[in-house]
Every structure is written in structure tokens, then in C-alpha cells.
Design a protein. Structure first.
Length: 278
């Protein structure tokens, strides 16, 4: 009987040891996977910065952008966060001039909010309360990213980061003082050729609102070594859907923030942006 009890105790001990070993292995595997992903993010942004420093050659960007700011877009590209990019010189288009559709490999359109600062920012901003003291104005905007990547199929989120978050060009409407509107209570409606395409709310971001997203964008960019100046635009990501860019007249209403109109033509007389290269 004692021998039998001893065998039972040994089996139980081995079972507990095996369970502990499996648990340790699972935990160690999760930590290893997280470390690999952290290295992938770091490497993607380092590659982005090196490429853009070379491309800019000392010139100052037009601004900075956030992408994959909705839960749906993050899930589509298997990302656990928004991504950031740089708006290159010449990217800020005149809304009174037609956009040339042939300048894009796979042009898209997003309606967004654009912000400017009161003063340069070189270091991380502590919190939203601190950020609100630094923002000067806000404007309706449309970003025109280009998803024409060289690789076949769906690009990985790290490929998109390395390709400057698909940044191509953007259009900004008339700015208003930041305190004159509630930036998280704006209803946006996009029309194409007099047909309603969609409507969305300005607080429909994975971050929970415009202020947290703007804070994340600024702190990411300064962490990557960029300085943000008052004349640069900060785009906080798509409100509603990202849609293929098509020829025709786009009209976006932003409630009390105003409206933005954009004409897209297949053969508009505008030279391609030399800084865009995937």
C-alpha cells in the first residue's frame, strides 16, 4: 500500500512539473514573440527615417500623418497600433487646382482633421492637457495616400511603415482657432459627384478621440528624431473609410469646421511628386 501511494505521489509530482514547464515555455514564447515584434517596429521606423533623411536632403517636411487609426484598419493589416509617416515637400496641394489621377499608382482618399502648433516641439508632450496649450488651429483635410507598393499582394504593416505609411499628398481647407470647435463632436460627410459616400464622427478613432491621437502622433515623431514646427500640418487619420481615388468632384462637409472641395481629373496638368517612390 505504501509503495502504491508513493507511485501516486511521484505521478502527481511529475504532472505538476510538466504543467509548470509548459507554462514557463508558453510564457517564454510569448515574451520572445513580443521582443521580435518590438525589433520589427524599431527596424521599420529606423528604415523609414534613414530613407526620408536621404530623400529630404535637409529640407523641412510639410507635416506628419497618422495611419491605421481605426480598429478595422488595424485588424485588416494585423497591427496592434496606428502607424506614422512624413508629409514630404510639395505634398500640400492647392484645393483650387485639379489633382492628377495619373500621379498615383493606387491612389486613395481619406477625410481627416489637420492641426498646427503654436511653437516648435522637440520633446515628448506629457499629456493631453499639456498638448491643448500647444495647438493653434484645426482645419478640414483630405489625405491622398498611395498604396501602389512594389510587392505583390497585401503588404505587411512593417512594409507600409518603411514606405512612409503610404504618404503621398493632401489638401487642407480653411483653418479655425482650436478653441472655436469641439474637435471630437464633428460629423463628417463625404460626397463624390453629388452622391453621398459615407458619414462619420470625428471621435471614431481607436485612440478614443482626436486629442489622444494627436498626442500619439507628436510623441512618436519626436521619438524618431523629428522636430515639429508651427507651419507644419499634423493629420490624425481617416474618419470613416479609406476609398479608391476616382476622377470627379469630391465634397466633404465638416459641420461647423467648414467644407472642403476637391476636383480629381485623369489628365490634370500637374507634375508628379518626385519624392514619392515605393
Amino acid at each position: 500500500m505504501q509503495r502504491f501511494l508513493g507511485v501516486i505521489k511521484l505521478v502527481l509530482a511529475l504532472s505538476l512539473f510538466g504543467a509548470a514547464t509548459i507554462s514557463w515555455a508558453d510564457s517564454n514564447g510569448e515574451e520572445s514573440s513580443a521582443s521580435v515584434k518590438a525589433l520589427q517596429w524599431r527596424g521599420a521606423y529606423q528604415s523609414q527615417k534613414l530613407s526620408l533623411d536621404k530623400k529630404l536632403g535637409g529640407r523641412v517636411p510639410e507635416g506628419f500623418k497618422a495611419g491605421l487609426t481605426s480598429l478595422a484598419s488595424q485588424q485588416q493589416f494585423h497591427s496592434d497600433r496606428a502607424i506614422m509617416g512624413v508629409l514630404l515637400p510639395g505634398a500640400n496641394l492647392d484645393s483650387t487646382q485639379a489633382v492628377n489621377l495619373t500621379n498615383f499608382k493606387r491612389g486613395m482618399i481619406e477625410v481627416e482633421l489637420a492641426f498646427r502648433l503654436k511653437q516648435p516641439i522637440k520633446h515628448a508632450v506629457a499629456d493631453v492637457a499639456s498638448l491643448k496649450k500647444l495647438v493653434a488651429d484645426v482645419a478640414p483635410a483630405a489625405e491622398l495616400p498611395d498604396l501602389g507598393f512594389k510587392s505583390m499582394g497585401m503588404p505587411s504593416v512593417f512594409e507600409i511603415v518603411r514606405a512612409n505609411a503610404a504618404a503621398h499628398s493632401f489638401v487642407v481647407g480653411e483653418p479655425v482657432a482650436i478653441g472655436s470647435v469641439d474637435i471630437d463632436a464633428i460629423t463628417v460627410g463625404l460626397h463624390h459627384n453629388d452622391q453621398i459616400v459615407f458619414s462619420a464622427q470625428s471621435n471614431s478613432l481607436a485612440s478614443g478621440g482626436q486629442w489622444p491621437m494627436l498626442l500619439e502622433l507628436i510623441n512618436d515623431r519626436v521619438a524618431q528624431g523629428w522636430v515639429i514646427y508651427p507651419d507644419q500640418w499634423l493629420l490624425t487619420g481617416a474618419l470613416g473609410q479609406m476609398l479608391p481615388l476616382q476622377a470627379g468632384r469630391y465634397y466633404a462637409s465638416f459641420g461647423e469646421l467648414g467644407v472642403l472641395s476637391l476636383l480629381v481629373e485623369a489628365n490634370a496638368p500637374i507634375e508628379p511628386l518626385s519624392d514619392v517612390d515605393y
